[in-house]
Structure formats: C-alpha cells, structure tokens
Design a protein around this ligand. Structure first.
Ligand SMILES: Cc1cc2nc3c(=O)[nH]c(=O)nc-3n(C[C@H](O)[C@H](O)[C@H](O)COP(=O)(O)OP(=O)(O)OC[C@H]3O[C@@H](n4cnc5c(N)ncnc54)[C@H](O)[C@@H]3O)c2cc1C
Length: 425
C-alpha cells in the first residue's frame, strides 16, 4: 500500500458523499466518482415530478460540496469495470484508476421484474431525469387533451401508479393536489373528473414497511382526496394505452408510473462478484466482499450477510454504513481488529400530501396528520444538501402552501415513448 492510502469511492449518493466527507481530516487521498456531476436528494424526486419543486432545488453539484477539502479528487465518469487483482478501476473514457481501498456505493435502479411493457411504456422515479420526464409527460397529456378532448375517452388524463410504498403514496397524494388545485385552473375547459389517479398495490395494504394503522390512515386520506386505491392486485402487462391487471381488468391510462420496486445497480454483475437475486453485492457483516478485504460495498448496492434482519434500502442505512467504513479504515490504518456493522433504525416517514404525513419512530411512537407532516417537512429540510437548496425549498414550499400554486410546471423534455396518445407529428 502507498504511504497515503488511496480510497476510491464509486457513487456520490447518500453513502458515497457521506464517506467522502467523513474522511475529510484523515491522512488518505480520496477519489469520488459519479456518472453525474451532482448529488440527488431522492426522497424529494416526487415533488419535482409533480411540479412542486425545481429540479435544481434537490440536486447539488458534487464539486461544490467539497470546496476546501484538500484530500479529495472529484471525477465525473461512469465506472464500467474493475481489475480486482491489479486493483484498477475502469472508467468509460478515462484512464484506469488505481486504488488501495475501493468502496462501491452505486445505489439501485428501477426494476420492472420482466413484466411485459413496463420498460417500454412506464415511467420510473429513480433519478432527476426520471422526475423531469414524468412531469413533462403528465403536463403534455393535459395540453394534448385540451386541444382534443376526445383523447380523454381513451384515458389520456389518467395516471396509474403501481406500488403502494412510500414513493407511490407520496406521488399519488401530490398528483391529486396538482390535478385538483392547479391543472383544474390551468385547463378550465377540461372535465377534470375524467382525470383519475389509480394507485395499485399487490399486497393487501399501503405502506407495507410501516405499522398497519399508518397504512390504513394513508389509504383513507388518499381516497378522501380522490385517489382510487386498489390493493391485492398485480399487473400482468402494460401496453401503450392501458395497464392490464391479473384477473382481466384493464385500466386505460395515459401515464403509468412504476414505483413497485428497485434492483441494485448492475455494477455488481459487471464486477463479477457474487450478488443476490436483486443484484446486490454480497458482503460480510463488516461490509467487505469475501476474499477481497480492500473492496467494500454500502447502501442500496450491498446485501449484508451474517445479520439477523435484512436491511431496508433507505438513506439512513447508506449514511450509517459510510460512517462505519470511515471508522473501519482508521482501524485498518492503526492495525486494530475490525468490527461489524449494526444498523440503528431511527424510524420512517412518508407524506400523503398537504397537512398530512405518517411517521413511525422508535419506542412505538407514531404520528399522523399535521404533526407528522411538520416533522416530515423539518427532517427533509435539515437533510437536504446545501444552504441554497434548503432556502429555495423552504421558499417554494411556503409559496405552494399559501397560494396552492405549483411554479415548476414546465415541459422541458421531448415526448416520451410511453403510455398515452402519441403527440401529433
Ligand atoms: C423516489 C424515491 C424516494 C425515496 N424516499 C426515501 C425516503 O423518504 N427516505 C429514505 O430514507 N430513503 C428514501 N429513498 C431511498 C434512498 O434514496 C436510497 O436508499 C439511497 O439513495 C441509497 O443511497 P446509496 O448511496 O446506496 O445510493 P444513491 O443515493 O442512489 O447513489 C448512487 C450514486 O451512484 C452513481 N452511480 C451509479 N452507477 C454508477 C456508475 N456505474 N458509475 C458512476 N456512478 C454511478 C449514481 O449516479 C448515484 O449518484 C427513496 C428513493 C427513491 C428513488
């Protein structure tokens, strides 16, 4: 190993960013590589998709985060392979990067589970591009239908969201507000009763990761706000104009949002290391790849073995694992024995829309309604990266709350090849 160990981190998401910051004062050289030049605050993607926030409010340039940190080199690049024996990382369009320690924090991607038509016609919500594309598509459906109201007969204004976890619930609630409070005024000649929002969940209730009472609360609130919640139903296939449910029912729709699952970044398979069925790299309880003590994996990409309960794919896991690795690297440096990672679950929250959210905290504490919502707002503001983002989100939220408006309803991407009537040539 070189005198100053070179720590290479792949991914500037929650895990990679936290680790790079945690190593700020350590005698190491860090290289942080991401295929984007910005960090995305994924928990607020649905607000970009529903015109509540500008894209820039939930993204932060990675280089800007490390101003003043002298031991880091930020690189824009897509990692495409590795020479594990030679300790060289391969980046598209760049020289191989040597490393002493490699930390993989490349996250997850949308998974369609091979259901026919989802990849071609559905919209995911995993990246900033996804959110902007979805927003543009929904707004364009309204524009097209305004010009030709007969398109509503084929369901052009309908949105079907598949997946009743936090993402599906948050998106459904925000879309209901967008439709009833904003697009109804933008399109006074459209019959908005023809714009249905349907939330389809395979399990028997919403928010399966939360207490059943919170899932029931979310359902009641969404239904009161006009969302058609359908549980116990699975999707068979998707076409350009409809979602076909197992059992034969057909939901005509102009937009299908796939919020039913993710799988790990394909990096594990590319690296040729062992992965689980969801593509996550198998690591020991010390987060190292077996037989490769210099390769560590964290966050959504890691399948930690040797622990009692599987870890959820949420930001606090990635963040806590990043801090754990920073400590482990110091132990390696000092020749001390390593430890094992233990996750401290500090609770979960999901917003259902204006003035309502569910929060489940340790010791059985549960909150709903406005109290949960204020907690949710506060936590997300604190966790956003950068003062400018916090300030702009706070201003946008205050504006949206007071005026019921959504300033960011801008169509910026060309028509997507997805469900819904094709735009005129
Ligand atoms: C819509 C949505 C809502 C969510 N809401 C919540 C929530 O409310 N609370 C919560 O705790 N969690 C939430 N999550 C989950 C949370 O965002 C993830 O668990 C967390 O981001 C995982 O962190 P990570 O560091 O593993 O990966 P990520 O944060 O996903 O970062 C991975 C990084 O790796 C980069 N990358 C990937 N492949 C390559 C490559 N080949 N080369 C270079 N760079 C690469 C990506 O560009 C990305 O920047 C949500 C996720 C989504 C999608």
């Amino acid at each position: 190993m070189s005198p100053t160990p070179h720590i290479v981190i792949v991914g500037a998401g929650f895990g990679g960013l936290t680790l790079a910051k945690a190593l700020r004062d350590d005698p190491v050289q860090v290289t942080l590589i991401d295929r984007h030049n910005f960090h995305t605050f994924q928990p607020l993607l649905y607000q970009v998709a529903t015109a509540g926030l500008e894209a820039e409010s939930i993204a932060h340039a990675v280089r800007g985060i490390f101003h003043g940190q002298l031991n880091i080199d930020v690189r824009l690049g897509t990692v495409v392979g590795v020479d594990l024996d030679g300790r060289l990382l391969h980046v598209a369009d760049g020289r191989p990067i040597p490393y002493d320690h490699l930390v993989l924090a490349a996250g997850a991607v949308t998974a369609s589970f091979g259901i026919p038509g989802v990849d071609e016609h559905g919209f995911g919500l995993k990246s900033l591009e996804d959110a902007i594309t979805l927003r543009s598509h929904v707004l364009r459906q309204f524009e097209l239908t305004d010009a030709d109201p007969s398109l509503a007969d084929a369901g052009s204004l309908n949105v079907v969201i598949v997946g009743g976890g936090s993402t599906g619930v948050e998106l459904a609630g925000a879309l209901a507000e967008l439709f009833s409070r904003v697009l109804a005024k933008d399109h006074p000649h459209l019959d908005l009763s023809r714009a249905r929002i349907v939330l389809v969940e395979a399990g028997d209730r919403l928010l399966p990761a939360f207490d059943a009472r919170l899932g029931a609360h979310a359902r009641r609130v969404l239904e009161a706000r006009g969302v058609d919640v359908r549980t116990g139903l699975t999707v068979d296939r998707v076409t350009g104009t409809a979602v076909h449910l197992a059992g034969g029912e057909e939901l005509a729709t102009g937009t299908l949002v796939w919020a039913a699952g993710v799988r790990a970044s394909p990096l594990g398979a590319v690296f040729g290391v062992d992965t689980d069925r969801a593509g996550r790299v198998i690591v020991g309880p010390d987060l190292r790849v077996p037989g490769r003590p210099e390769v560590w994996v964290i966050g959504d990409l890691a399948a930690v073995t040797g622990i009692t309960k599987p870890l959820p794919q949420v930001a606090p896991v990635a963040i806590q694992q990043a801090h754990f690795i920073a400590r482990q690297l110091r132990r390696v440096r000092d020749g001390r024995p390593g430890g094992v990672f233990r996750y401290r679950d500090k609770g979960s929250m999901a917003t259902i829309g204006r003035d309502d959210a569910v929060a489940e905290l340790p010791f059985g504490l549960r909150f709903t309604g406005r109290v949960g919502w204020v907690m949710w707002l506060g936590l997300h503001l604190i966790e956003l990266v950068g003062f400018r983002n916090r300030a702009s989100v706070l201003v946008d939220w205050a504006w949206n709350y007071v005026t019921w408006d959504r300033g960011a309803r801008i169509i910026v991407t060309p028509p997507a090849h997805a469900a819904g009537p094709a735009p005129p040539a």
